[in-house]
Design a protein around this ligand. Structure first.
Ligand SMILES: *[C@@H]1O[C@H](CO)[C@@H](O)[C@H](O)[C@H]1NC(C)=O
Ligand SMILES: *[C@@H]1O[C@H](CO)[C@@H](O)[C@H](O)[C@H]1NC(C)=O
Ligand SMILES: *[C@@H]1O[C@H](CO)[C@@H](O)[C@H](O)[C@H]1NC(C)=O
Ligand SMILES: *[C@@H]1O[C@H](CO)[C@@H](O)[C@H](O)[C@H]1NC(C)=O
Ligand SMILES: *[C@@H]1O[C@H](CO)[C@@H](O)[C@H](O)[C@H]1NC(C)=O
Ligand SMILES: *[C@@H]1O[C@H](CO)[C@@H](O)[C@H](O)[C@H]1NC(C)=O
Ligand SMILES: *[C@@H]1O[C@H](CO)[C@@H](O)[C@H](O)[C@H]1NC(C)=O
Ligand SMILES: *[C@@H]1O[C@H](CO)[C@@H](O)[C@H](O)[C@H]1NC(C)=O
Ligand SMILES: *[C@@H]1O[C@H](CO)[C@@H](O)[C@H](O)[C@H]1NC(C)=O
Ligand SMILES: *[C@@H]1O[C@H](CO)[C@@H](O)[C@H](O)[C@H]1NC(C)=O
Length: 420
């Protein structure tokens, strides 16, 4: 019904050649690239088009008890967007949003901090009662290849912007959006509660000699009640990653390619501060040609990971499907970690591993894993034979439902490059 209303307003907007047309509590935005009037010409000048001022103007005018329609067409975004005070706002995006990549120095020095690991974002969206719908038409293009090449296979790059951060928000729905070539992580949910993200399609693939490092599909941190449904993700790192202080994260029907698939962590990296992860479900996941599938990684820290379920997974050519480490990346201090892992279930996990290891699990001897449960875990090496299950410091190892075939050293790698 809103679509027919939109069409009427759309015509009015075009006739007026204005970029934001407001009617009561509704703002309709037309991209500069589609505006034909003299005002648009004046604004273009010799400079690159920038739709950011109009977008921010619409949020300002209709962000409280209102709605905003971004009409079809291409929007050029050349500046950060800090949109943190929305209230009862319905956002409809029908066009393509392209983040500029000819001004990397601008982004590196202006992107918005998100606290976690000193990272930054191009867009913070926050407030209460927000819907952001793409209707299957919204396309977010981050020009990620430029960032991938600039990053040169490096790790976290300060100032390299996360595409969309849900920030200090309550009651949010994000639906029907496609991402291509994200700058960095596609989405991040932080300090938020009751966030539902459905029907999202992400693909960041490098076409150069450098990998799409750290182009995670989703990360959560200091958030609770987050529901993800119906995603398809191709990315260069963790597909869905639940980080510290996340509670009740419920993920269903996500297909991940080329990624870490379903991941808890990294957690425990905040010097001296504990990290807690509770009540997480990953249900109905496909992990294709991925590094890991259903796994937990922590730094030697404090806090806990408790009550996590991985169920109904199909793994296909996954480097090391099930993995637990208390000393991620460094392989140091593994047995001193006090970050306790307990009540984790892997149920109905079937498919193929790339090499001959199905699971490698080293828990800290200072905080052994408790109540790990496995049922219907049937992972076979792609090349045939039987896969190894390596275990160390698991308290209920004898009756956990999976037979260990050997021990797992603390510095066991996250990815293998051959049979072991
Ligand atoms: C504004 O909206 C009202 C009702 O939604 C409609 O009747 C009116 O024609 C609209 N005005 C313009 C200029 O589009
Ligand atoms: C958010 O929506 C709920 C349910 O419609 C409403 O009760 C609440 O007042 C809204 N919150 C704000 C800040 O307007
Ligand atoms: C949670 O957010 C959804 C929107 O995604 C909203 O419909 C629902 O009312 C919210 N729940 C609560 C308890 O406010
Ligand atoms: C992602 O994009 C690459 C090319 O950019 C393509 O080869 C690949 O098939 C895409 N992934 C999916 C799942 O469609
Ligand atoms: C970047 O990393 C990938 C994956 O590890 C590797 O295949 C590629 O050779 C690296 N590129 C360069 C230029 O080192
Ligand atoms: C998931 O996708 C299916 C098939 O397109 C659809 O019927 C269902 O409503 C979607 N779920 C959500 C939560 O949007
Ligand atoms: C799962 O999500 C995909 C989109 O990623 C959708 O096509 C499919 O219909 C969904 N399946 C179910 C059972 O909802
Ligand atoms: C996580 O939550 C705990 C307890 O509320 C708090 O002490 C800690 O600072 C939080 N960690 C981070 C990194 O925010
Ligand atoms: C474990 O998590 C599930 C799903 O979030 C929840 O329903 C259940 O109550 C939790 N169990 C405990 C013991 O907290
Ligand atoms: C196991 O998981 C697969 C993939 O999600 C699903 O098709 C199958 O129905 C599940 N089996 C059981 C017994 O639930």
């Amino acid at each position: 019904m809103w679509l027919s209303t939109l069409l009427v307003i759309a015509v009015a907007a075009l006739r007026a050649s204005a970029e934001v047309v407001q009617n009561g509590t509704m703002c309709v935005v037309t991209p500069l690239s589609a505006a034909s009037g003299a005002s648009a010409k004046r604004q273009f000048g010799q400079q690159a088009q920038d739709d950011t001022p109009q977008i921010l103007d619409a949020f300002k005018r209709c962000g409280t008890d209102g709605s905003i329609v971004f009409q079809e067409g291409t929007y050029h975004i050349r500046q950060i967007m800090d949109v943190t005070n929305l209230r009862n706002c319905d956002i409809h995006i029908l066009g393509k949003w392209v983040w500029s990549a000819d001004n990397l120095q601008y982004w590196i020095s202006h992107t918005l901090p998100v606290t976690y690991a000193g990272l930054h974002t191009a867009w913070r969206l926050g407030g209460t009662n927000i819907t952001l719908r793409g209707h299957g038409k919204a396309l977010f293009d981050g020009n990620g290849q430029v960032w991938i090449d600039e990053n040169k296979n490096g790790s976290n790059r300060q100032g390299r912007p996360i595409s969309l951060t849900i920030w200090h928000a309550t009651n949010v729905l994000v639906d029907g959006i496609t991402w291509r070539q994200s700058q960095f992580w596609h989405t991040f949910v932080a300090y938020s509660q009751n966030v539902t993200m459905t029907n999202l399609d992400m693909n960041t693939t490098s076409h150069s000699q450098y990998s799409a490092v750290n182009t995670d599909g989703f990360d959560s941190w200091n958030s609770k009640d987050v529901y993800l449904r119906n995603w398809t993700v191709t990315c260069g790192d963790d597909c869905i990653s639940v980080k510290g202080n996340s509670t009740n994260i419920d993920v269903k029907n996500v297909t991940c390619h080329e990624s870490g698939c379903a991941c808890i962590g990294s957690v425990g990296s905040n010097a001296g501060q504990p990290d807690f992860v509770d009540d997480v479900v990953f249900d109905t996941m496909e992990c294709h040609h991925s590094s890991n599938a259903a796994w937990l990684k922590t730094y030697p820290g404090q806090g806990h990971i408790r009550n996590v379920t991985f169920r109904n997974f199909v793994v296909d050519d996954v480097n090391q499907p099930i993995y637990i480490t208390p000393c991620t990346y460094s392989g140091n201090g593994c047995d001193g970690s006090r970050l306790a892992i307990s009540d984790v279930t892997w149920s109905n996990i079937t498919g193929t591993s790339r090499y001959n290891v199905a699971a490698a699990m080293h828990c800290s001897s200072a905080a052994p894993c408790r109540n790990l449960h496995f049922e219907g875990v049937d992972i076979k090496p792609r090349a045939g034979g039987t896969a190894k299950v390596l275990c160390s410091n698991i308290q209920n190892q004898a009756d956990m439902g999976l037979t260990c075939t050997g021990t797992c050293p603390g510095n066991w790698p996250q990815q293998l490059n051959g049979n072991r």
